[in-house]
Write a protein that binds this ligand. Structure first.
Ligand code: PLP
Length: 396
């Protein structure tokens, strides 16, 4: 007998993928330039030169066997040393390379961490709206998703709701700042408040409760916005980091888990993460991609393009009568649907050849996610269509 749950996951495409496929068909019908597809979070700016130049160099100049060989399961020691030196310098900490475990992107960092830390029937809190794959990852390891809606004005955590959600079965909370799909960055004050709340809960229930920080958008912030480094605020912190978005290499699959050295029973937690990676069959993260990282630390793709897009979209859509929270990071705009049903809003938008994603799958109704990781030209060309969409709801 096949596993029906797995079949279900494979058979049903996510709403995002569904809309992306629709966009492809529509582009073939009426021409690429006439469809304004804001469905996917695929970076739209090229990787910085350090990526391709050093990949080529590694291929040409390294030992031809070892460059493609297995690395140790937790990742190449020299690579981890370079990364941790960068982490130490950036966040003024003194960690050892042995708290890093290299992974196949943030998705694998999350599945390894959850598998290591969550037992059958335990709850994992997610702050809604949230990345829909969290539910898949949590349920796969027998955990139960506990959704807690964020404040609907700021999209910061709602602490009253959060306090009520924590209980003796809580194993962990996932926080994602900058957030997909809202672009919200949790303020330093709120990180402190959240950590204090979980510190109290740990004492109340006499057990560790982990804060898992999902950080693929850490470098994608605008203006003088800063993303707090949670291990400095809370000992039982696990960071799931990815280079997918910062270096525009999502298909290459490289990231890491950083286990705070101050985690309770550090060695056991770290070993559980290594064990989870083994049980899930990851073997090691892609060798070539690991080895290019020391040449790219501190570098990012051209984030200015996203900032230009963000400002332009927010200004124009607000002018047309839509409402959205100003995103401080990532490359998503969370727009309030002018009607209760966000699916209806998406269908109406399709009539104007605009494709965006209803918020329901992110655990929060009544909004749409606009991925502005597209060319600025696409945004400029889409504005008359957005205006017509607003007019169709009498917003202007
Ligand atoms: N977490 C969030 C919030 C994301 O938006 C994504 C990808 O879009 C991921 C995790 C997965 O990232 P990766 O490509 O590094 O696996």
């Amino acid at each position: 007998m096949i596993n029906k749950k797995m079949q279900g996951l494979g058979a049903k495409r996510s709403v995002i993928r569904e809309l992306f496929e629709y966009g492809k068909i529509r582009k073939a019908e009426i021409g690429e330039e006439n469809v304004f597809d804001f469905s996917l979070g695929n970076p739209s700016v090229p990787a910085p030169d350090c990526v391709n130049e050093n990949l080529v160099k590694l291929l040409n100049e390294s030992d031809p066997i070892s460059v493609h060989g297995y690395t140790s399961a937790q990742g190449d020691a020299n690579v981890r040393q370079s990364i941790i030196e960068y982490v130490n310098k950036t966040h003024s900490v003194e960690y050892s390379k042995d708290c890093l475990y290299m992974t196949v992107g943030a998705a694998a960092a999350l599945t390894c961490s959850l598998t290591a830390l969550v037992n059958q029937g335990e709850e994992v809190i997610v702050l809604a709206p949230y990345f829909p794959e969290y539910k898949v990852f949590i349920e796969r390891c027998g955990g139960v998703v506990r959704e807690v809606l964020c404040d609907q004005v700021t999209f910061q955590p709602d602490f009253d709701k959060l306090e009520k959600a924590i209980n003796k079965n809580t194993a962990a909370i996932i926080i994602n700042s900058p957030n997909n799909p809202t672009g919200a960055v949790i303020s330093k004050e709120n990180v402190q408040k959240l950590c204090d709340m979980f510190q109290n809960a740990q004492e109340r229930y006499s057990k560790p409760i982990y804060i898992i920080c999902d950080e693929p958008y850490r470098e994608l912030v605008y203006g003088d916005v800063k993303v707090a480094f949670v291990p400095k605020f809370y000992n039982n912190t696990i960071v799931c980091y990815s280079y997918s978005k910062s270096l525009s290499i999502p298909g290459e699959r490289i990231g890491y888990v950083l286990v705070s050295p101050k985690v309770d029973s550090f060695l056991e937690v770290y070993q559980a993460i290594c064990g989870a990676g083994r049980a899930l069959g990851f073997v090691c993260a892609p060798s070539l991609l690991q080895k290019v990282l020391p040449y790219c630390l501190g570098k990012t793709s051209d984030v200015d393009v996203y900032d230009t897009n963000r400002k332009l979209l927010l200004k124009k859509l607000t002018e047309y009568g839509f409402t959205a929270v100003k995103p401080d990071g990532a490359f998503y705009l969370f727009l309030k649907s002018p009607v209760e049903d966000a699916y209806e809003f998406c269908e109406r938008a399709k009539q104007f050849e605009i494709i965006f994603v209803p918020s329901d799958d992110f655990g929060c109704k009544g909004y749409v996610r606009i991925s502005y990781c597209v060319t600025t030209e696409q945004i400029e060309k889409s504005l008359p269509a957005f205006k017509k969409l607003a007019e169709s709801y009498n917003l202007i």
